[in-house]
Design a protein around this ligand. Structure first.
Ligand SMILES: CC(C)(COP(=O)(O)OP(=O)(O)OC[C@H]1O[C@@H](n2cnc3c(N)ncnc32)[C@H](O)[C@@H]1OP(=O)(O)O)[C@@H](O)C(=O)NCCC(=O)NCCS
Length: 150
């Protein structure tokens, strides 16, 4: 899908607390390994979302929340805590465009370094991050820490 088509059918916007939260939490529970086990009740999930200082929501053509990125900002660097797409929209190039939009926004805000952590078995996400320009800075047998300067 080209970026023009994406921009005409999808909308990037900030999170609307309470209204979006059930949908964001559903996306995380369905698509993030072990998320459910770690946050067994709704309030714990909201608390976990609120750890993020910045939130970017992707709305699909029917107005549904189909993607979410949660970030923790710290002066001129930022940590990507959550990144998720609705499973029906995965592997269609939309996540890449969602991230490219994010990078442009972060650069405008004066962010210089972006960091994230990903499970080493999550080859799809790692492949996406490498294509965007992230490099591995630390790795153990479970997780990879990746970083990018913009
Ligand atoms: C990770 C995620 C956000 C990426 O979004 P997406 O829309 O699926 O990604 P894209 O379709 O833009 O694909 C990005 C790259 O991933 C790789 N990729 C996509 N689908 C893949 C698949 N089924 N298998 C392996 N690699 C794949 C490709 O390298 C692709 O780049 P290309 O299209 O230029 O070849 C999304 O897949 C997701 O929500 N996954 C589950 C949650 C998750 O793992 N989050 C990240 C935690 S750190």
């Amino acid at each position: 899908m080209n970026s023009k088509l994406l921009k005409s059918s999808f909308k990037f916007r900030p999170r609307i607390r309470e209204k979006d939260d059930p949908f964001i939490i559903q996306l995380l529970k369905k698509n993030i390994t072990n998320y459910d086990g770690r946050f067994d009740d709704y309030n714990a999930c909201v608390k976990n979302l609120n750890v993020c200082t910045d939130h970017l929501v992707l709305e699909g053509p029917s107005g549904k929340v189909i993607g979410y990125i949660g970030l923790i900002k710290n002066k001129d660097s930022i940590f990507i805590k959550f990144a998720v797409m609705d499973e029906r929209y995965q592997s269609k190039g939309i996540g890449s465009l969602f991230f490219k939009e994010l990078l442009v926004n972060l650069k405008k805000q004066g962010i210089r370094t972006i960091q994230l952590q990903v499970d080493i078995v999550n080859t799809r996400a790692i492949s996406l991050y490498k294509k965007l320009g992230f490099k591995t800075v630390k790795q153990d047998f479970l997780k990879t820490v990746m970083e990018m300067n913009i």
